[in-house]
Design a protein around this ligand. Sequence first.
Ligand SMILES: Cc1cc2nc3c(=O)[nH]c(=O)nc-3n(C[C@H](O)[C@H](O)[C@H](O)COP(=O)(O)O)c2cc1C
Length: 168
Amino acid sequence: MRPTPDDFREAVSRFATGITVVTCVVDGVDHAMTANAFASVSLDPLLVLVCVERESRFHEAIGATHSWGVSVLPSDAEQTSRWFATKGRPLEGQLERSGHHRSPRHGVAWIDGALAAMECHTHDIHRAGDHDIVIGEVVELKTAVPESLEPLLYYRRNYRSLRLRDAE
Ligand SMILES: Cc1cc2nc3c(=O)[nH]c(=O)nc-3n(C[C@H](O)[C@H](O)[C@H](O)COP(=O)(O)O)c2cc1C
């Protein structure tokens, strides 16, 4: 028997990820979305990808702009992740709930306290079922110090924290 979407969800939820907030600005309005379908792709050029549900509001926004931001969330940013994953939240002012600042180049929003933040320029968009794979070239980035900052993790549909093996 072929796997069902529920079987699939259960299986892929076993793959632990970090969490990002992806942002962009369209006609002066900030858009943002929580995304864990994020990955690094290439070193030459520097490419990353994010998978964006085609039915989401953010899908239209990212398709309408060339520049977008990625913020990798720290462990204390669960509320931020929940907020940018809330369907129907107001678009205007949605970024005011979490501190943010602007990337130097094109002013995409970066979430304050992010472990890493990137400005990307769309390199390619590939249709993949009900999502689009948006590939971006990283043109600006910032990495948080100190390096001991902890990531927010997502595993089996729950938020988690990192526990180092040698601390067990
Ligand atoms: C932990 C987590 C990870 C998510 N990852 C993605 C993702 O990678 N791609 C995606 O399209 N939606 C993802 N979502 C769902 C979106 O965050 C959610 O649909 C959001 O409301 C989209 O923003 P919009 O309503 O403004 O379009 C994720 C949700 C959560 C809670």
